[in-house]
Write a protein that binds this ligand. Structure first.
Ligand code: SF4
Length: 385
């Protein structure tokens, strides 16, 4: 049985309050979701600078997403004392050099200890340079991170760098549960693997195995049932949404061409009608054409806009997931109305139905690719933070 670092933290916080001061804390953060609870908790006592130093994260796009989510959270989170953000340079070589020889270690093994030390040491160095009163990390929030190991590293670095380490075990007192709730409240992106290439591969291998077993159980039928469809979508989300982005953009172009053809035909009818009726001084068709064009522009224009924006949002996932959901939802309503009023034309009916299914699929795919992550389930592979 190791130390209870939450109790040690309680004592430090009591001391700070008794002295009536607001120390400066450099908080190393691994990601936005883990920092939710920690920031909410500690910003009542400290002026915090969140230090985002995570060269372990693979790939670069994932690193950028997590960083953007971290900054966004800081902007939106109400706090008693100011919270600042400090980004570090992303150089994965720092990480690969540090863990060399331990690439094959299991998660929570020596590779992870080296990874904790790398990030904490950089935080200690930065805290020393910046004259901070304390430094610490969000890492102890996860049930899959060993608080004893983390705090032991913190103690070593405290001695080495001469900056006080803020001992902590944020998972105590329901910190982890609260972080899950806050992540939902803020609609944040939640990754489904710890961060490095090796945890990414472990996660993918685990998913592949799940699919294989599921297929076996179902006698090889695919997709067979919703849960397999869900797994398939989650495992191929990047490819699926790349295609979705392309399809939406193609639909925007087709709708744009449709709009132009409609306008040309209305102008043609109007012109012919005007010539025919001109002798009678009744250019009714021409007037009708002029009136019809703005209506066509609005009706078709909205669809072109929605298709195009949906395509752009799909391209920028997962950051633009909310946007895509809104655009796909509106397009689904349009498609349902289109289906209901498609008349006797079987071509129109089929096209409208295909559109309903397409938008419906996207909404379903979004719902199963969000909220799946390290903070979301009981499966240890899903939350190895
Ligand atoms: S699994 Fe997580 S803690 Fe362990 S080495 Fe990879 S990124 Fe670091």
């Amino acid at each position: 049985m190791g130390e209870n670092y939450q109790l040690i933290l309680d004592q430090i916080l009591e001391g700070i309050q008794a002295e009536g001061r607001t120390p400066r804390l450099l908080l190393h953060s691994c990601c936005g979701p883990c920092s939710t609870y920690v920031l909410d908790y500690l910003s009542d006592y400290f002026e915090i600078t969140v230090y985002y130093y995570n060269p372990n994260i693979y790939p670069k796009e994932e690193y950028d997403f997590r960083e953007a989510e971290q900054e966004d959270l800081i902007r939106r989170l109400p706090s008693k004392y100011p919270i600042h953000f400090q980004r570090a340079t992303y150089d994965p070589e720092d990480y690969y050099q540090k863990i060399r020889g331990h690439e094959g270690d299991p998660e929570r093994g020596d590779r992870c200890s080296l990874c904790y030390r790398l990030r904490l040491e950089e935080a200690a160095r930065w805290a020393k340079e910046g004259g901070y009163d304390y430094f610490t990390t969000t890492l102890s929030l996860s049930p899959h991170k060993d608080a004893q190991r983390l705090n032991a590293i913190g103690r070593d670095l405290e001695e080495e760098y001469g900056v006080a380490y803020l001992y902590s075990d944020f998972k105590k007192r329901n910190g982890f549960k609260r972080s899950k709730e806050m992540t939902d409240e803020y609609g944040m992106y939640r990754q489904d693997y710890c961060g490095c290439l090796f945890s990414y591969q472990a996660r993918r291998a685990h998913e592949a195995e799940r699919i294989r077993q599921d297929k076996e159980r179902r006698g090889g039928r695919w997709p067979g049932h919703l849960s397999m469809m869900k797994t398939w979508i989650q495992d191929n989300q990047e490819k699926i949404f790349d295609k979705v982005a392309l399809i939406y953009k193609i639909l925007a172009v087709i709708s744009g061409i449709g709009m132009a053809l409609k306008i040309l035909s209305v102008l043609g009818i109007g012109l012919v009608g005007t010539i025919v009726s001109f002798g009678l001084f009744l250019p009714i068709a021409g007037v009708m054409a002029v009136l019809a064009i703005p209506i066509i522009l609005v009706l078709f224009g909205i669809r072109v806009f929605l298709f195009w924006m949906a395509g752009r949002s799909a391209q920028a996932l997962p950051l633009k997931a909310d946007r895509l959901q809104q655009f796909a939802g509106i397009l689904l309503v349009f498609a349902i109305i289109g289906f209901l009023f498609s008349g006797d034309s079987s071509f129109n009916r089929t096209m409208a139905l295909a559109e309903v299914i397409f938008h419906g699929f996207i909404l379903y795919a979004l719902s199963v690719t969000r909220g799946e992550g390290p903070n979301s389930g009981d499966d240890p592979y899903r939350r190895p933070l």
